[in-house]
Design a protein around this ligand. Structure first.
Ligand code: NAD
Length: 421
C-alpha cells in the first residue's frame, strides 16, 4: 500500500513518482525492473555565463536529463522558465518516457531547461543563451542519442539556433538534432499544431464513447501558447467555440465564444490576452473553476490540486500541459465523476509528429501534410483505445491505465535487453 503522505503535492517529481507507483502497484513486473525504470538514467547539470545586451554577465544554470533510453533515443523538449530546476526536469523527462511508450513511438524520455526569465530577455540574449546551452550539453545530445524539441518558452526559432550551433561543431548540417524546427530547415509539415491536433483526435474518440456532442460543448483553455492557441483554433472544426482562455497574466471570458485569431492579435499587440474587447477579465483560478463541459489545462504543471479540485465544474478534463493535475486532485475528481484524460496520452501528438519529423530527416524524404495528420490520427486513436480498454478492464482511471500500458512496454524492453555486463 502506498503511503501518500510521503509525496509533496507542490513537487512535480513527487507527483511523477506517485503516478508511477499507483500504476506499478497494479502490475506484476519484477521489482528490480520497476526500480530501474522509475528513476532517470543520466542527469547533466551545467553552469555557463551569459553576456546581456548591456554588457553585464550572469551565471546561468541548465539541465538535460535522460530518463530512459530502453526503447530508443532519449526525446524531450527544452524549457526556459524561472521555475526550472533539476527535480522539475527529472519529472518532465519521466513523463516523456511514459508518453512515448503510450503512443508506442521508438523513443525514450528526456527533458532539458535553463533557469531564466525569457520574458525579460531580448531575442539576442535568448539566442546567445541557446547557443551556449547547446554547446554545454553537446556531449550528451545527438540525432541517435538524445533529440531536443520545443517546450515552454522555446519555439521553432530556438530550434533553428540549435540546428545551426550543433551543425557548426559537426562541420555539416544536421537537422535531425532537434524536432519542431522551421520547415525551411527540415521541419515537418503539421508539427507546429501536432500537440493540439493530437489532443483533439483523442477528445473526438472520448466524446464518441462518452456521448458528448462536441459542437454544443462549452470549452475552457488555460494557457494560450503553442498548445492552447492551436487547440482553440482547431476545435472550431467540431463546430465548437472556446468560451474562456488565459495566459500567465490572467484570463478572459465570453459565454458566446471567443475568436482565437483576434485574441492572438490582441495578445501580440498588448503583450497579454487580458482586456480583450467583448470579454470579461477573470483570474486563472476563476477560469479553472468555470462551469463547462471540457477544461483543457495547457499551461504548466500543478494547476489542479487538492485546494481547487473540489471546485472544478468541468465534465471532462483533457490535459494539454504536462503534469497539470496532481494524483491527490485525481482522487477528488474521480469521486466527482470528472473524466480526466491524462497528459501522457492527450498531449502525445507533439512527440508523435516529432518522431515523423526525425524519420523524414533521417530518410531525407519529406511527407505531405495530409500524410502527417493521417499518421497522427491513426496513432492517437489507437493509443486512446488501448488505454480505454485497460481503464475498463482493470477498473482504474485513465491516468493509471495509461501508466500501466507505458510501464508494461518499457519493462518488456528492459526484460529483453537485460543487464550489462
Ligand atoms: P508556450 O510557452 O507556447 O505557452 C505557455 C502558455 O501558458 C502561455 O500562454 C503562458 O502565458 C501560459 N502560462 C505560463 N505560466 C502560467 C501560469 N502560471 N498560469 C497560467 N498560464 C500560464 O508553451 P506550450 O508549448 O504551449 O506548452 C504548454 C504546456 O504543454 C506545457 O506544460 C508543455 O510541457 C506542454 N506540452 C507542449 C508540447 C508542445 O508541442 N509545445 C507538447 C506536449 C506538451
Amino acid at each position: 500500500m502506498i503511503d501518500k503522505s510521503q509525496y509533496n503535492e507542490s513537487k512535480p517529481l513527487d507527483m511523477h513518482n506517485l503516478q508511477f507507483d499507483i500504476a506499478a502497484e497494479r502490475l506484476a513486473v519484477e521489482p528490480w525492473i520497476i526500480e530501474k525504470i522509475k528513476y532517470s538514467r543520466r542527469e547533466f547539470s551545467v553552469r555557463f555565463p551569459l553576456r546581456y545586451d548591456d554588457d553585464h554577465t550572469e551565471l546561468l544554470t541548465g539541465y538535460r536529463v535522460q530518463h530512459n533510453t530502453l526503447r530508443g533515443p532519449a526525446k524531450g523538449g527544452i524549457r526556459y522558465h524561472p521555475s526550472v530546476d533539476l527535480d522539475e526536469v527529472r519529472a518532465l523527462a519521466g513523463w516523456m518516457t511514459w508518453k512515448c511508450a503510450v503512443v508506442n513511438v521508438p523513443f525514450g524520455g528526456a527533458k532539458g531547461g535553463v533557469t531564466c526569465n525569457p520574458s525579460k530577455m531580448s531575442q539576442k540574449e535568448i539566442e546567445r543563451m541557446t547557443r551556449r546551452f547547446i554547446w554545454e550539453i553537446s556531449p550528451i545530445i545527438g540525432p541517435d542519442s538524445d533529440i531536443p524539441a520545443p517546450d515552454v518558452n522555446t519555439n521553432p526559432q530556438v530550434m533553428a539556433w540549435i540546428v545551426d550551433t550543433y551543425s557548426v561543431f559537426k562541420g555539416y548540417t544536421c537537422p535531425s538534432i532537434v524536432t519542431g524546427k522551421p520547415i525551411e530547415i527540415g521541419g515537418s509539415l503539421g508539427r507546429l499544431k501536432a500537440t493540439s491536433r493530437g489532443l483533439l483526435f483523442v477528445l473526438r474518440e472520448a466524446a464518441k464513447l462518452l456521448n458528448v456532442d462536441l459542437s454544443r460543448s462549452k470549452v475552457v483553455i488555460q494557457g494560450f501558447g503553442n498548445v492552447g492557441y492551436h487547440v482553440a483554433e482547431l476545435i472550431e472544426e467540431f463546430g465548437t467555440r472556446v468560451m474562456a482562455v488565459s495566459d500567465v497574466n490572467g484570463g478572459i471570458l465570453n459565454e458566446s465564444g471567443l475568436d482565437p485569431a483576434k485574441v492572438l492579435e490582441h495578445s501580440q499587440k498588448t503583450g497579454s490576452i487580458a482586456h480583450f474587447p467583448e470579454s470579461t477579465n477573470i483570474t486563472n483560478a476563476e477560469l479553472l473553476e468555470l462551469p463547462c463541459d471540457i477544461l483543457i489545462p495547457a499551461a504548466i504543471e500543478g494547476q489542479i490540486n487538492r485546494s481547487n479540485a473540489g471546485n472544478i465544474r468541468a465534465k471532462i478534463i483533457i490535459e494539454g500541459a504536462n503534469g497539470p493535475t496532481s494524483p491527490f486532485a485525481d482522487e477528488i475528481l474521480d469521486d466527482k465523476g470528472v473524466y480526466v484524460i491524462p497528459d501522457i496520452l492527450a498531449n502525445a501528438g507533439g512527440v508523435t509528429v516529432s518522431y515523423f519529423e526525425w524519420v523524414q530527416n533521417v530518410q531525407k524524404l519529406f511527407w505531405k501534410e495530409d500524410d502527417v495528420n493521417q499518421g497522427l490520427d491513426q496513432i492517437m486513436t489507437r493509443a486512446f483505445h488501448e488505454v480505454y480498454e485497460i481503464h475498463k478492464k482493470e477498473k482504474v482511471n485513465m491516468r493509471t491505465a495509461a501508466y500501466m500500458l507505458a510501464i508494461s512496454r518499457v519493462a518488456a524492453a528492459k526484460r529483453l535487453r537485460g543487464i550489462f555486463p
